[in-house]
Design a protein around this ligand. Structure first.
Ligand SMILES: Nc1ncnc2c1ncn2[C@@H]1O[C@H](COP(=O)(O)OP(=O)(O)O)[C@@H](O)[C@H]1O
Ligand SMILES: [Mg+2]
Length: 240
């Protein structure tokens, strides 16, 4: 049994009168890849932002295993949010400019990451010279360059075309195997969740409706997919 990385206990979040997270109880193991699946508006991004420390719970607690403090965390959003006046290598090295990282930042690591994950020929390009898929790869490497212990991904590939998206999913799986982070991926794509994660939780109107464990080790992907789709809010199910 792996050590617990973080736990949310009875976590609730209100914006004004609206309850966006409703008694969410979840713990995540060190090194686990968790997918948080759910229809639009179900509270996925809010949960991720709570894990990132960008939002605070209205009630309940979040606790961290490593000496009780939030571990170093990298976050990637749907848009790459690259700085347009910096090259790819400069964007990936961005964290070294911030006080919190300056002393620990490994200056060789961005170039190593670019080489290892197939982007070295893009190093001197500017964001305007990248495709959407390339820009998202750079955004993921920028997060990885700080050697995060926790990597939080909020629909990082959902603006991409399906073929690029599948490429990036495979690329992400290789990256994650290499950097040994605990990963939380927010997505509304059932296949993406199945392809990448160890465990899936389905969020519905701010509550965890169901959970599936041993996703990648499970053999029957088709029935898992069916099962997950059946749990989705009926309005959101799109049967291909
Ligand atoms: N900063 C905010 N202020 C007010 N309401 C918000 C805020 N952020 C999110 N919400 C609301 O919370 C609900 C859940 O949003 P969100 O977590 O973004 O869902 P998801 O990522 O699953 O689409 C939505 O109804 C959204 O409008
Ligand atoms: Mg969202």
């Amino acid at each position: 049994m792996s050590a617990c990385e973080l736990a949310v206990d009875w976590g609730s979040k209100k914006f004004g009168d609206s309850l966006v997270l409703d008694n969410v109880d979840i713990s995540i193991d060190r090194g686990e890849f968790l997918a948080v699946l759910g229809p639009s508006g179900s509270g996925k991004s809010t949960l991720l932002r709570v894990l990132a420390g960008l939002e605070h719970l209205t009630a309940g607690t979040i606790s961290w295993s490593a000496d009780g403090a939030r571990p170093r965390t990298g976050v990637v959003f749907q848009q790459s949010l690259l700085l347009p006046w910096l090259t790819v290598i400069e964007n990936i090295s961005l964290a070294r400019r911030f006080t919190a990282h300056r002393h620990e930042f490994d200056h060789q690591y961005p170039a190593t990451l670019l080489r290892r994950f197939g982007l070295d020929r893009l190093a001197e390009r500017y964001p305007s010279e990248l495709s959407g898929g390339q820009a998202q790869r750079v955004a993921v490497l920028r997060a990885a360059a700080t050697r995060p212990r926790l990597l939080l991904l909020d629909e990082p590939f959902s603006a991409l075309d399906p073929a690029t998206r599948i490429d990036l999913q495979q690329w992400l799986a290789e990256l994650v195997a290499d950097i040994e982070a605990t990963v939380v991926l927010v997505t509304h794509d059932v296949d993406e969740a199945i392809a990448l994660s160890d465990r899936i939780v389905l969020l519905d109107q701010g509550r965890i409706r169901r959970e599936w464990r041993d996703v990648r080790n499970g053999s029957d992907t088709c029935s898992l997919r069916e099962d997950i789709l059946q749990q989705y809010h009926p309005d959101e199910v799109v049967v291909p």
